[in-house]
Design a protein around this ligand. Structure first.
Ligand code: NAD
Length: 497
């Protein structure tokens, strides 16, 4: 019998109404490892109620008390990260090293949140008018919802909830139904760290649960990460219901290689950024723009490196794991036929891979296309798998036009030794995160993560100072006190009588 992954509401596990469930797979074997309950609207209501009831006491908890819980959470996470990494690999499929890397990046946001009392300090102006003082504070919103994708089941939720909790909010997390166990593991860790019941809740589910969160009157803010069509839906629905929303969407990240670049460095970067986590990363490079005459040489170096990638079970020291589900693998593989039909050159065919893993795993090896043009579906669509496309550009100007014409604007990178070209790229490229000789420019926790154009709906990026801003609202207080030693009531403006 397979196990059941339950909600976490008000400090305990709950099966909820359990009317519907969905299979969770081990992608490296194809075996169903668990059934996750899919929350109904009433399960969401129960979680939001628990969060709303926990809010007043948590909002009033001192900064020192909140900080103690956060530091304890950080210590426990650090001690047990390998446990969490194993859960991620078992349900997502990424290799253990990538899973550990994911936990480390999430932990950095927890560490940032540990220092939050400093960031929550307001401003103060003495004597803004005669004996009138003004100060500002930032206060929590109340109940906030976090809705996350399958590709980083621990890190993406950790972009948001440590900061939300540190700011005094209470949280309902709706993780991806494809790999739901990491979220429940994190909820147990919070309980162990001393977080009061109801401050952090997990509701599993699909569209039904998400839509209830988007319209629930007690949910004040929504942080979403996922594909662009769903991000747009989340943004439009939740803002219509009066909530503040940050909805991070899909991506098509470009890596421009100029003729003067170090081609070994560029080839290493393209392979790591294209095929790491089987290309299921929102910051994965999927389009390499080779500015001629470098394309032939660059492709030769990339192919050489691709031949060394071992695809297989993430628990067996391989370099690249399976895709998350059979349906996703089939969808990604369908682009290999589409690319050939549309006239691209299939240089390496990932369907021929011989994986180090069970025969029923959701395998697709690293794939490379050359001669890709901007109208082909392998370029226009976000494939979200181990498929790298090379586009040949005649000049740096052509490359810039190509990158900036793309509807997405998450990350973009340039490889060059020309400081002037790099500076122009940095200044003119329409993307939220830019790398200069760095293929995956994910900002550190003390900056903020977010794209432009179809990669972000709303105006606030994740974590860093923008995260603190998102999870708090400002209040400005103007104060005047009666002071008999200064002649009684000060009216705050010069008396004319
Ligand atoms: P997804 O959009 O299918 O799902 C994301 C979340 O939305 C999940 O919790 C899912 O249950 C829910 N959902 C799915 N369909 C829904 C619907 N019709 N109505 C309401 N909710 C729905 O995304 P995914 O496949 O889990 O993740 C991959 C996508 O996420 C890619 O597009 C990737 O680029 C994107 N992503 C973006 C970032 C970023 O920072 N911009 C980071 C990670 C992933």
């Amino acid at each position: 019998m397979t196990s059941q992954v339950n909600h976490w509401i008000g400090g305990t596990e709950s099966g909820g109404s359990a009317a519907r469930s969905s299979p969770v797979y081990d992608p490296a074997t194809g075996i169903v490892s668990a059934q996750v309950v899919l929350g109904s609207a009433s399960d969401v209501d129960e979680a939001v109620r628990a969060a709303r009831e926990a809010f007043p006491a948590w909002r009033d908890a001192s900064l020192a008390r909140r900080q103690t819980v956060l530091f304890t959470f950080r210590e426990l996470l650090n001690q047990r990260k390998s446990e969490l990494a194993e859960i991620i690999t078992a349900e997502h499929g990424k290799i253990l090293d990538d899973a550990l890397g994911e936990v480390a990046r999430g932990q950095e946001v927890v560490e940032f949140a540990c220092g939050l009392p400093h960031l929550l300090k307001g401003g103060y102006s003495e004597n803004a008018s005669t004996r009138v003082d003004v100060h500002s504070v930032r206060q929590p919103l109340g109940v906030v919802a976090v809705i996350s994708p399958f590709n980083f089941p621990a890190m993406v939720p950790m972009w948001f909830f440590p900061i939300a909790i540190a700011c005094g909010n209470t949280v309902v997390l709706k993780p991806s139904e494809k790999d739901p166990s990491a979220a429940v593991w994190l909820a147990r860790l919070w309980a162990e760290a001393g977080l009061p019941p109801g401050v952090f809740n997990v509701v599993h589910g699909d569209k039904e649960a998400v839509d209830r969160l988007l319209e629930h009157p007690d949910v004040r803010g929504v942080s979403f990460v996922g594909s662009t069509p769903i991000a747009r839906h989340v943004y439009e629905t939740a803002t219509r219901h009066g909530k503040r929303v940050q909805a991070l969407g899909g991506a098509k990240n470009h890596m421009v290689v100029l003729p003067d670049a170090d081609l070994d460095l560029a080839a290493d970067a393209a392979v790591n950024a294209g095929f790491g986590s089987a290309g299921e990363r929102c910051m994965a490079v999927s389009a390499v723009v080779a500015v001629e005459p470098v394309a032939d040489e660059l492709i030769r170096k990339i192919v050489e490196r691709m031949a060394r990638i071992r695809t297989g079970d993430g628990r067996r020291s391989c370099d690249m794991g399976p895709l998350v589900t059979a349906a996703h693998r089939d969808r990604v593989a369908s682009y290999l036929d589409a690319g050939v039909t549309e006239g691209a050159t299939l240089v390496v065919d990932g369907r021929k891979v011989e994986p180090d893993g069970a025969p029923d795993g959701f395998w697709l090896g690293p794939t490379l296309f050359d001669d890709v043009s901007p109208t082909m579906s392998i370029y226009t669509d976000e494939i979200f798998g181990p498929v790298l496309s090379v586009l040949r550009a005649e000049s740096f100007d052509n490359a810039m036009t190509l990158v900036n014409s793309n509807p997405y604007g998450n990350g973009a990178a340039i490889f060059t030794n020309d400081g002037g070209a790099a500076r122009r790229f940095e200044s003119e490229v329409e993307a939220g995160m830019v790398g200069i000789n760095v293929p995956i420019p994910v900002p550190m926790a003390y900056y903020s993560f977010g794209g432009w154009k179809a990669s972000l709906f709303g105006d606030t990026h994740a974590y860093g100072a923008e995260g603190v801003h998102f999870f708090t609202r400002g209040k400005v207080v103007t104060t005047r006190w009666v002071d008999p030693s200064h002649g009684g009531l000060s009216l705050g403006f010069p008396r004319s009588d």
